[in-house]
Write a protein that binds this ligand. Structure first.
Ligand SMILES: Nc1ncnc2c1ncn2[C@@H]1O[C@H](COP(=O)(O)OP(=O)(O)OP(=O)(O)O)[C@@H](O)[C@H]1O
Length: 287
């Protein structure tokens, strides 16, 4: 797959959103080098403060790891950024637009997309059908139902274009031979590849991956990593939550460490590895 995130080719055949900045898509106007800015983010659940004034910047074309122990607030931070949770305070800016509190499909429309686990209903569809409903599925969890008849019966011109992109993306991830397999029959690693492939069909500029390597065997993990690096080289930006510390340290140029809802530190893997707070107060010397 050779298309870049902002090019017209990358968006061919896929419904464009009204809310998306044309400048951001075409690269015209000011170049946004820090597409994602999180400021003073807060989220409370009853008496629990899950996210407590989190702030960070993500640079364009970078691969950043977000790490921290269980309950540190990583998933809640992801959820507040991508619209699954409404933050109680702070702001999220993407490509110069305030996206704080927008619905998930509105955030995805702007090019900030997180991978979704293949839900039970999608597991009962083939890999190719999963790809065909991906662009619309991301814009609303229920919309895929309305698309399904078209997938199974007559395919109109727009669907034909989506079909071509779907095949191209499946080939890129080396899972085109599984196109007619039901998604529920895929291995854990193959599902992760499909989840990433589906996210790509929504024309993202930045991808948020929540534990993309969980349950993935070493050889598939290697392949998944190669694909992520290749996509990064094409200009996509990645923010990755992952428990495998070594994997993050070896593959991300920047690491953000969360602890008890706050940013403990951030820096290069080397800086984080040598940070006394991280070693003593948080990681217990496991880095
Ligand atoms: N929906 C919720 N309702 C109540 N408490 C929640 C909810 N979601 C998260 N929490 C709490 O918020 C805190 C942060 O949880 P979160 O899942 O964001 O951490 P995490 O860093 O992703 O952890 P893990 O690595 O274990 O997935 C935890 O104390 C958790 O129990």
């Amino acid at each position: 797959m050779s298309s870049e995130p902002e090019t017209a080719d990358a968006t061919a055949g896929v419904e464009q959103s009204e809310g998306r900045s044309l400048d951001a898509l075409s690269g015209a106007g000011d170049t946004v080098e820090v597409p994602l800015k999180v400021r003073g983010l807060e989220k409370h659940f009853g008496g629990i403060t899950a996210v407590d004034g989190v702030e960070f910047d993500i640079e364009k074309g970078s691969m950043t790891g977000l790490i921290g122990p269980n309950g540190a607030g990583k998933s809640t931070t992801f959820n507040c950024i991508t619209g699954t949770h409404k933050p109680d305070g702070g702001s999220v800016e993407f490509n110069g637009q305030d996206i704080t509190g927008l619905e998930p499909f509105e955030v995805a429309d702007r090019g900030l997309v997180r991978t979704f686990q293949i839900a039970r209903e999608l597991g009962e569809m083939t890999v190719l059908e999963n790809m065909m409903v991906a662009p619309k599925h991301q814009r609303g969890e229920a919309l895929w139902r309305s698309v399904l008849p078209y997938v199974r019966n007559d395919v109109n011109r727009q669907e034909q274009e989506i079909l071509e992109r779907a095949w191209e993306t499946l080939e890129f991830f080396d899972i085109d031979h599984l196109a007619n397999e039901y998604a529920e029959n895929l291995s854990g690693g193959q599902r992760k590849l499909l989840e990433l492939a589906r996210a790509l069909l929504t024309d993202p500029q930045m991808l948020l991956l929540d534990e993309p390597f969980a349950g993935v065997n070493p050889s598939l993990e290697e392949r998944l990593l190669e694909h992520i690096h290749e996509l990064r080289d094409q200009g996509y930006t990645f923010l990755i939550v992952e428990h495998d510390m070594d994997l993050i340290m070896q593959n991300c140029e920047k690491v953000i460490v969360m602890h008890q809802g706050r940013i403990l530190t951030e820096g290069t893997p080397e800086e984080v590895r040598n940070n006394e707070d991280v070693i003593e107060a948080y990681l217990g010397g496991e880095v």
